[in-house]
Write a protein that binds this ligand. Structure first.
Ligand code: DX5
Ligand code: ZN
Length: 227
């Protein structure tokens, strides 16, 4: 049986002067998805990249067998809708947003799905998850922030484990095929604990791009997940 787990390196911690090469390297190292952190200096106090960069990098996210590696766009922006559509046009496969950044969460989800992408909701460490109950039929991905969004390299906040557990129950009860992704402070030495809590998809920025050998880190994470 193939592994249910996915590892999504965040290029936020990559060398910005060589992003194309970084994406190729991390794909060659076994990345399942490419996580793309979009920050607007409004919703979060930092500024990264937009749809044009996404479009340029997508061509580099290709496996040796020619398969496209999904581009997992994490929008930390407010407002959401116009940029979500721009990222759909730029070739994003999954687009997630923070419900507190959209005035009309259901409409934003419809917009993303209507543009042919999978749609995700992101929950900050202190955010309640009750909104999910009302839109779970439209959601393909739930992303739990285990740090406060805005920066790579922060420490994992433990309360995320409890939130992951609650979300796992809701997702299983829905019977729908929804990915449960975790973002922030994921390392080789805590990934197993996070999987045990119920997560199946793991964003890792500094843990991967902070080391020379990306494959060694991704392989070590998979070994932990297979234990
Ligand atoms: C934070 C971003 C994360 C970040 C994770 O706002 O959403 O994706 O890159 O970085 P690490 O793995 O270094 O905590
Ligand atoms: Zn992210």
């Amino acid at each position: 049986m193939p592994s249910p787990y996915r590892i999504a390196p965040s290029i936020l911690s990559a060398d910005f002067a060589a992003l194309g090469q970084e994406v190729r390297d991390v794909v060659a190292a076994g990345a399942d998805w490419i996580h793309f952190d979009v920050m607007d200096n409004h919703y979060v106090p930092n500024l990264t990249f937009g749809p044009m960069v996404c479009e340029a990098l997508r061509k580099h996210a290709v496996r040796a067998d020619g398969g496209q590696v999904p581009i997992d766009v994490h929008l930390m922006v407010q407002p959401v809708d116009a940029l979500a559509l721009a990222f759909a046009k730029a070739g994003a496969d999954l687009i997630s947003f923070h419900p507190d950044a959209s005035a009309h969460v259901d409409r934003t989800l419809q917009l993303i799905k209507g543009a042919g992408c999978q749609a995700g909701l992101v929950f900050n460490p202190a955010a309640p998850i009750d909104v999910l109950e009302w839109v779970i039929d439209r959601v393909d991905l739930v992303l739990v922030m285990s740090v406060n969004p805005g920066f790579g390299g922060q420490s994992f906040i433990d309360s995320a484990l409890r939130k992951i557990g609650q979300l796992r129950k809701l997702i299983d009860a829905s019977g729908r095929d929804i990915r449960l992704e975790v973002d922030g402070g994921i390392k080789i030495d805590n990934i197993r604990r996070v999987a045990d809590a119920g997560a199946d998809t793991f964003v890792a920025g500094s843990a991967i791009f902070g080391q020379k050998d990306y494959r060694a880190v991704i392989d070590a994470m998979r070994t932990e997940l297979a234990r």
